[in-house]
Write a protein that binds this ligand. Structure first.
Ligand code: FMN
Length: 186
């Protein structure tokens, strides 16, 4: 079974987008689509990194652990809130921390806001940064508008059928890329 890590990017007190990370973890597990783990940037509580991990003389153990989890994952789902039309500093901090860990890594981007537009303005900046890192950004979107109404604190969707239907398409594209990448390695 593929290994998919879910990066939950918001470190804000009272954050809401983490609900969507919980939802995707359950969705992948319930449907036996992948082994999964949430890499929670709030729990990691990283400092602002002054250099890429591979050039750091005394890297934090947690930063090395984070990097290894991304390296060994077959694919990544990023759950990002939209802050002023972009992605949060917490996420940029780890995007720039890693280097070859992103190389040809299938990455699916889920954007979240509490407004009507589901954080879709984040896509261009985040996708561009990941493309620069030579990650393989998956051609599917999962925008979540009005997150406080759409998901509860445990990550249960208010309309599970609709959420699952959209997740099937989104995750399906990620799994397709994971399989394609694995076949190329053979
Ligand atoms: C600094 C900041 C900027 C924000 N900018 C936007 C925005 O540009 N568009 C939007 O729809 N929501 C914006 N929001 C609201 C977020 O959509 C809302 O907090 C949502 O719950 C996702 O972020 P969270 O996971 O940190 O809660 C902003 C929130 C913060 C804290």
């Amino acid at each position: 079974m593929s290994k998919v890590v879910i990066i939950s990017a918001s470190v804000r007190e009272g954050r809401k987008s983490h609900r969507v990370a919980l939802y995707f973890k359950s969705y992948l597990e319930e449907n036996r689509l992948a082994e999964t783990e949430i890499l929670d940037l709030k729990s990691y509580d990283f400092p602002l990194f002054s250099e890429r991990l591979k050039y750091q003389k005394a890297p934090l153990a947690a930063a090395s652990e984070f990097a290894e989890k991304v390296r060994h994952a077959d694919g990544v789902i990023i759950i990002t809130p939209e802050y002023n039309g972009g992605y949060p500093a917490s996420l940029k901090n780890v995007v720039d921390l890693l280097t070859d860990e992103w190389y040809k890594k299938p990455v699916a981007i889920c954007t979240v806001s509490d407004g009507n537009f589901g954080g879709t303005q984040v896509i261009t900046s985040l996708q561009f940064s990941l493309w620069k890192m030579k990650a393989w950004t998956v051609n599917a979107m999962y925008p979540v508008p009005r997150v406080s109404q759409s998901f509860d604190e445990q990550g249960v969707a208010a309309d599970k059928e609709a959420a699952d239907k959209r997740a099937a398409g989104f995750v399906g594209e990620l799994l397709w890329c994971i399989e394609a990448e694995a076949r190329m390695k053979k």
